[in-house]
Design a protein around this ligand. Structure first.
Ligand code: ATP
Ligand code: MG
Length: 229
């Protein structure tokens, strides 16, 4: 198996004034191509920070991230963005939809920017998959939290990513919609071989992934394969 993500000695320290706040320390782990991988841990333990570093959205204070064979420290911001456009999907904890674009445009515009010819048709198809066929012309402010989350899921799928990072993808969804979204993520993993790295507070969901990384206070507590029942 090849490694799609290799994290070695990763650290992140924020400085505010004269104070230094270390939020991640000496984090090392690998994710195999095609694997389903979950990250769990208490609020504030560094999960979102870690996901942002792994996807090249943020730069570390120490250590290295190798994503799809590229050492992110050796790439500039534009090159990291290109790598993300081609290979990475990201579902943010706070969705990060663009408020001036409709649901349809939030999914289709990034595709158009990447030069896709059938962007609108593909966006419609994805929004239908997440159960939003009758909401495509709504702006984010006209959507419920769960609906916004589903638009974010559709957007993350749009470029057929090799690796999908999801920060609490079901955090704002009711049980039924949540399990539909999770099913979509696992289907994508099965059908397209998309590697799935997700943060969750739901331990039942984490147990459905192949590997669970447990963080506490910015450090790795455990990194264990789950037992397949
Ligand atoms: N830009 C920043 N400047 C300073 N501190 C930050 C910054 N971003 C995050 N932190 C701190 O880093 C720590 C880890 O934050 P992070 O968002 O990674 O936690 P988390 O594990 O995702 O928590 P949650 O489960 O609540 O989403 C927190 O204590 C937070 O206050
Ligand atoms: Mg978080």
């Amino acid at each position: 198996m090849t490694k799609i993500l290799k994290i070695n000695g990763l650290g992140k320290t924020y400085s505010s004034g004269s104070k230094q706040l270390t939020v991640l320390q000496n984090i090392s782990f690998d994710v195999q191509r095609g694997q389903t991988f979950s990250i769990v841990g208490p609020s504030g333990s560094g999960k979102t920070t870690l996901l942002g570093l792994a996807a090249g959205l943020d730069t570390p204070s120490a250590g290295t991230v190798e994503l799809c064979g590229y050492d992110l420290n050796t790439l500039n911001e534009d090159e990291r963005a290109q790598l993300r456009n081609k290979n990475v999907g990201f579902i943010f904890q706070d969705f990060q939809l663009l408020p001036t674009l409709t649901a349809l445009e939030n999914v289709s515009v990034p595709l158009e920017l990447q030069g896709a010819k059938n962007a609108v048709a593909r966006a419609k198809e994805l929004l239908q998959k997440v159960g939003l066929a009758n909401r495509i012309h709504h702006y984010p402010s006209q959507l419920s939290g769960g609906e916004q989350q589903r638009v974010a899921v559709a957007r993350a799928f749009s470029n057929n990513p090799a690796i999908l990072f999801a920060d609490e993808p079901t955090g704002n969804l009711d049980e039924e919609t949540g399990s539909k979204v999770i099913q979509l993520l696992f289907d994508l993993n099965e059908e397209a071989g998309t590697t799935l790295v997700m943060i969750t507070h739901d331990l039942d969901l984490a147990a459905k992934t192949q590997q669970i990384l447990r963080l506490k206070g910015g450090k790795i507590l455990t990194n264990e394969a789950t037992v397949n029942i």
